[in-house]
Structure formats: structure tokens, C-alpha cells
Design a protein. Sequence first.
Length: 463
Amino acid sequence: MDKLNVRPSMKIMSPLNLKLWLFILLGASGNAVATDGTTDIAKSYPKQYKTWEATQEQSEREDVLANNPRNVILWAGSSYAKEYHTPRGHQFAVADVSHTLRTGVAPKAGEKGLSASCWTCKTPDAPRLIGELGFEGYAAKNFTDLGSEIKNVVYCSDCHESGSEKLTLPRPHARDAMAKIHQPFEQQSATVQGAQVCGQCHVTYYFRPEKSNVVNIPWIFGNSADDIEKYYDTRRFYEWIHPISKTPMLKARHPEYEHWNRSKHAELGVTCVTCHMPEAIDENGKAFTNHKVDKAMPYFKSSCKGCHSSQEKMKQRLTNLKHEINAKAKDVEELLVKAHYEAKAAWVAGANWEQMNDAIMDIRHSQWRWDFAMSSHGIYAHNPEEGRQLLNKAIEQAKSARSSLSKILKQLKVEHVYYPDISSKAKAQQAVGIDEAELVLEKKAFIEEEINKHWDPVAQRGY
Ligand code: HEC
Ligand code: HEC
Ligand code: HEC
Ligand code: HEC
């Protein structure tokens, strides 16, 4: 495995680095240089540091595929069908991306493996490496080759300028994205800047295959599901070909910023920071920002209560919203699972692209909307109205796909469509040819040989 040697001190000092060193030598603050090359403010702000560290307490997470095996069919052919968990505390971000079956197995001989771009939203070492290697140079590296370079997890310098408490977006693609939707970071109020620092990572993205897999936030036409779909359709982009239905698929990923952006709360100036890291009071009665970024309901008293008086009523309201959204999502999923298999039956019976085009496009668009709603963690709380609209349209599109397919199947005299048993994760994975036990073994070997021997302990946290 080729080891990079690009520590800041090994390079010719840039004017910026020089300024930084002078700043430290002159003892302006007593701060140290962090391993990501920025001036570390942690020592100067113990309350923020301690609360930042405390996200380690949020170690619980759920297995999404076990909770809902339909996902395995919908994501068949993509690595999401192998393993997918709900998010947990920031302190686990590096370890979780290192340990999941989706990323981080040594590339097979002659294969390129996964792009280093998968590090981008886990660590301030990503913007450092982007600075050192160039955006494309960084993305062209293999994910595992940069593993030993990753020493920090979602840290001060991901949100604050080096050596200061001033907010910033160190990721160039995130700065560009905010400008694309006419919300350039520099021109925003401190409140919106707070949301945008979260929006560096809590947004949907894809890797640009024609540009060494650099991360891109596809907001050229705007950041709604329709706008992003238009962008992907115009570029005839797809992430993978679905092995069952042959649909060129799109994948949405945690579009929290997008949904919040259009919500009632955003209009009121209530941001991610208001709800997930609200103000706290220290033992001397002094206010500070609680950096234990957590679910929002634990903070009801310090964040919601000013506007929503009853915690019990809010709990009930959220439970109802969650049920409503999940029920609609289930309708889409059941329709789409059938549609994928009906398309397969049509192909097997000799259907051609001319016949199949409308149905396949409906599957693509329906699953995109479903994913854009459901891969956003907490849409029922962030923007339930958008969730309803997305899922209603996804239901319409999936029904339209099935009605086209039913005509094609009739024309082709297909009377029976095979739908496999997907009543558990194991059965669903078996249906799409995923051997979890084998993947786990491969992963275990990689963890023992590579992560445990050569990577920073931050990559083992929680394991
Ligand atoms: C995920 C983003 C994020 C990370 C990581 C982060 N901060 Fe902050 N920080 C914020 C936000 C947002 C605010 C609030 C800004 C506002 O509302 O004006 C803030 C405020 C502050 C402030 C101003 C005083 C206060 O409490 O409001 C200090 C000091 C600070 N952070 C220090 C740190 C330190 C030290 C670390 C690392 C241990 C850190 N931050 C990590 C986002 C972050
Ligand atoms: C550098 C990228 C990055 C930034 C910046 C970032 N996050 Fe995260 N966030 C993540 C990742 C990655 C996870 C999932 C970690 C895991 O599951 O291992 C996560 C998880 C979370 C969770 C789930 C916590 C839990 O215990 O369930 C919340 C809530 C959250 N982030 C909110 C925020 C907020 C609010 C901000 C801005 C103040 C923010 N994040 C900034 C990357 C980031
Ligand atoms: C009005 C308050 C509010 C705002 C604003 C808000 N959230 Fe949330 N968020 C919630 C609630 C409520 C949940 C559901 C989980 C809970 O707290 O019970 C949630 C869930 C989440 C989760 C999933 C946590 C998990 O473990 O399942 C993430 C991640 C998240 N929010 C990130 C963000 C980001 C990023 C923003 C800003 C772009 C944001 N939120 C804005 C209230 C809010
Ligand atoms: C600055 C005031 C304010 C704060 C703080 C606030 N909200 Fe709200 N919230 C509102 C208003 C106003 C509405 C719209 C009226 C309504 O539906 O109650 C709303 C609506 C909602 C809705 C319904 C959303 C919809 O579109 O139907 C939920 C859920 C919600 N809030 C949850 C929360 C939670 C949870 C918190 C704290 C983590 C919180 N809010 C903090 C003002 C606030």
C-alpha cells in the first residue's frame, strides 16, 4: 500500500503556513497545531471541547436493512444493499466508514477500488489532503490508501477557521454548492452560516466519474428533487444499473440541508444549530454553544420549548408524523419491488428498450423521489410536507411503471412473475446474490491487517 508523505512540515512552506507558524511561535494564543495542520482551538475552549467529545455517548444505531429488507432489493447492485445503518454520534464517523461493508476493502488486483472521496465528510483531514493533493488528485487516490492519513474525526476545523471561533466551510465543493443556490456563505447571517457548516456534509452528493470521482453537490438547477433529477437526466447520469430491472439508477444521500432549507423552521430562522446543538449554561451561569451534536428531542427544553410548549404533545406529534411518512414510504417500496421483478420478467420474455423505456424511467424517477425523502434522516421532523409530496409522486410514478409493465407482460404472454421471499435481510440478500458471511470475513481480514496495524485509533472507535 503506498504511503503518502505529505505532512505540512515536509513541504516548502506556503505563505499561509508561514503566517500560521509565526502566529504560534509568537505565542499569540498558546494553541497547538492540530494533526490536520490547522491551529487547534480545543485547549482554549474546554466547554466546547468537552461537549464535542461527548458525542461518543451516542453509540446506538440501527440496521436499516434488517428493519426493512425491501431496501436490499431496491439497492440491489449497489453497495448499500450490503450494509446500511442509521447515523450515530460524530465521534464514530471515521470508524463507521472504515468498518462498513460498503467501503474499505483492499482493492482486488487490477481494480481501482473505491475513491478516497468517501473520506470527505468524516474528517478535517479530507480538506487538508484536498489542499495538498488537489481536489482531483485526492479523489483519484484509493479510499484505503489514504486510511493512515486520517487522524481526526468531525473536528473544530471542519466548522471554524484555523485558530478562531469564526465559522467557515473548508470544503471547496460545499462553498460552490451554496453559491449555486444563491446562498454564498460569506453573505449569509451568522444563523444561516451555522446551518451551512452542517450542510457541508448533510447534503446529497455524487462522485463525478469523468473527473476522477471528485465529490459534487448536484445543485446547478437548484436543490429540490425535481431540480436535481433534471440535472442527472440531462447528463444521462446513473450510479449503477439495477441488476433486476436494468434501470439506470440514481442514489440520494442524506439531503438534510435541502429539506430544512425549504421548511417553516428555516423561514423562522430556526436552524440545525438551534435544534441539535442549542445554547447551554455552564456552572458560572455563562452561556455557550453545546457541541454535543445530538438528536433534537433530548434538547426540547433548551431549544423547542420557547415555541412549542408541551414536550409530550411534541413527542406525539413527531410519532404521528413518522408513522405517516413511513407508511407512505412502505407503499412506494412495495410497488417498486414488484416493478423491478416485473421488468425483469419482461426482459426475460424478450422485451426491447423501445417498449420498456417509459416503465424504466418511471422506476428511476420514483425510486429517486423515495430515496430523496427517506435517505434524509428525520424528514418527518424537518419537512413533513415535502416528505408527503415526494412520496405521493413516487407512488404515482411506481404505479405508472407497473401499469406499463402489465401491458408489456400481456403482449409478451407472460402470466406469472416471480417475486422472491424477502421477509428478512438474510433472505433478501440471498435473493440478490449477496453473501454477507463472506463479505464479513474479507472485511475482518482487512481490519486486522490494515486498520488495526496502520491506521490511527480513531478508525477503531466503538469497535
Ligand atoms: C459541526 C460544526 C462544529 C464543530 C465540529 C465545532 N463547532 Fe464550535 N461552533 C459551531 C457553531 C454552529 C457555533 C455557533 C455559532 C453561532 O451560533 O454563532 C459554534 C460556536 C463555537 C464557539 C463560540 C462560543 C460558543 O460557545 O458559542 C467556540 C469558542 C467554539 N465553537 C469552539 C469549538 C471548538 C473548540 C471545537 C472543537 C473541539 C468546535 N467548536 C467544533 C460549529 C462547530
Ligand atoms: C464533516 C462532516 C460533518 C459535519 C460538518 C457535520 N456532520 Fe453531522 N454527521 C456526519 C456524519 C458522517 C454522521 C454519521 C456518523 C456515524 O454514524 O458514524 C453525522 C451524524 C449526525 C447526527 C446523528 C447523531 C446521532 O447521535 O444520532 C446528527 C444529529 C448530526 N450529524 C447533525 C449535525 C449538525 C447539526 C451539524 C452542524 C452543526 C453537523 N451534523 C455537521 C458528518 C458531519
Ligand atoms: C426544528 C428543529 C430541527 C431543525 C431545524 C433540524 N433538525 Fe434535525 N432533527 C430534528 C428532530 C426532531 C429529529 C428526529 C430525531 C429526534 O430528535 O428525535 C431530527 C433528526 C435529524 C437527524 C437524524 C438523527 C438520527 O440519529 O436519526 C439528522 C442527521 C439531523 N436531524 C440533522 C439536521 C441538520 C443537518 C439540520 C439542518 C440542515 C437539521 N437537522 C435541522 C429536529 C431538527
Ligand atoms: C422559533 C420558534 C420555534 C422553535 C425554536 C421550534 N419550532 Fe417547531 N415550529 C415553529 C412554528 C411557528 C411552526 C409552525 C406551526 C406549527 O406547526 O406548530 C413549527 C412547526 C413544527 C413542526 C411541524 C412541521 C410541519 O411542517 O408540519 C414540528 C414537527 C416541529 N415544529 C418540531 C420542533 C422541534 C422538535 C423543535 C425543537 C427541537 C422545534 N420545533 C423548535 C416554531 C418553532
